[in-house]
Write a protein that binds this ligand. Structure first.
Ligand code: SAH
Length: 355
């Protein structure tokens, strides 16, 4: 789609003309809604590849982790599998299949906003319940919740430090259907953590109110209902700052402020904030640890060896997929795994220490 024919860009231009500017979050929300509504961006032919599209082993390890908790908890009844933003549905397919082998057959719930992806997921997964938000998820029985590369797609707000204090970064029109981010006029000093108060000019601090609201609500549910919430994403574990908004198209980084809706927008996930929110609610937090370390602890290398034995002609493919998921210079370090569980429940495996 050429920028000149980009209907969303034209709509945003109008919105900016009326309001003077829009927030980075409004821009990102509109762009990603459009992006996920109109396409299947995953895989070699798409814009980016996620872990479940690399290998079934990823979902199998997640399934193993959930099954292990269910078994050690002595098979509680009325369990629910919940996935946030299931993409093509491949991850749920792998996880549910691996859990079924152990007789773990929870009800299935998928939280998804893209109609195009709901259809794709329904085709692959068959039975299940689709939800637009987490609010309609079952209120009784343990929840086994997975979010892989979900939080990075949620809108972020950006605050920027200027000579006049902290401001929200807002989007204005650059030229044609190109946009630009500039500091807004209202003071944002009140919402900046103390530690960043004297940060150098141009420092950027990101927050995601949608992400925090989802974490907060699910943490509360898990505390009451039992279960676990596994979050896998790329992000930072310490209180961080910097501009992490990025755009990807056709496996290449591109400008986030041109051609909205045609490129994937994402931002690093603030694990530090997620951890603080959950600890404040009295939940057990395990991790974050690197995806490579976690998958290795769960036994991905043994699984790769077993698959190689069963399919010797696919040995290279299996080994290279395993490396891609685990190796530090590939997904192993950048991607992190975090688990949130009730203190009354057994601890999830694969994390050497809990907070
Ligand atoms: N988990 C998948 C796909 C990740 S892409 C995988 O690992 O392959 C992000 C997914 O989240 C897409 O399915 C997208 O449509 C969905 N999504 C984005 N924003 C959402 C929101 N606010 N509510 C529910 N789903 C959302």
């Amino acid at each position: 789609m050429s920028p000149d024919h980009n209907q969303l860009a034209l709509r945003l231009v109008k919105q900016i003309e009326n309001a003077g500017s829009i927030s980075v979050a409004e821009y990102m929300r509109a762009a990603n809604q459009e992006y996920y509504a109109r396409s299947d961006p995953f895989g070699v032919d798409g814009d980016f590849i996620t872990a479940p599209e690399i290998s079934q082993m990823f979902g199998e390890m997640l399934g193993l982790c959930l099954t292990d908790m269910w078994l050690r908890q002595v098979k509680p009844p009325n369990c629910h599998y919940v996935e946030l933003g299931p993409g093509r549905g491949s991850l749920a397919d792998d996880i549910l299949r691996s859990m079924a082998r152990f007789g773990f057959l929870p009800s299935r719930h998928f939280v998804e906003t893209s109609q195009a992806l709901i259809e794709k997921q329904a085709q692959l997964l068959g039975v299940g319940n689709w939800h637009e938000t987490i609010e309609t998820l079952p209120e009784n029985g343990p929840l086994f919740v997975i979010a892989n590369e979900f939080f990075d797609a949620l809108p972020i707000r950006q605050m920027i430090s200027t000579h006049a204090g902290w401001r929200e970064r807002v989007i204005i029109r650059d030229q044609g259907t190109k946009f630009r981010a500039v500091p807004g006029s209202q003071s944002m000093d009140a919402i900046i953590p103390d530690i960043l108060r004297n940060a150098p000019v141009q420092t950027i601090y990101e927050t995601s109110s949608e992400g925090s609201a989802i974490v907060f609500a699910l943490a509360k549910r898990i505390k009451e209902q039992g279960g676990v919430f596994l979050i896998i994403d790329y992000g930072y574990s310490e209180l961080g700052f910097g501009d992490t908004l990025q755009a990807v198209q056709d496996h290449q980084y591109t400008d986030p402020f041109s051609n909205p809706g045609a490129v994937d927008l994402s931002a690093h996930v603030n694990f530090h904030e997620i951890v603080s929110l959950c600890l404040a609610q009295g939940l057990r937090v395990s991790g974050p640890v690197g995806q490579g370390e976690w998958l290795s602890a769960l036994g991905i290398n043994q699984r790769a060896a077993a698959l190689t034995k069963a399919y010797p002609d696919r040995s290279d493919e299996i080994q290279s997929a395993c490396q891609r998921l685990v190796a530090a210079e590939q997904m192993g370090m950048l991607f992190k795994v975090l688990a949130i569980s009730s203190k009354d429940w057994v601890e999830p495996e694969g994390f050497s220490g809990n907070i």
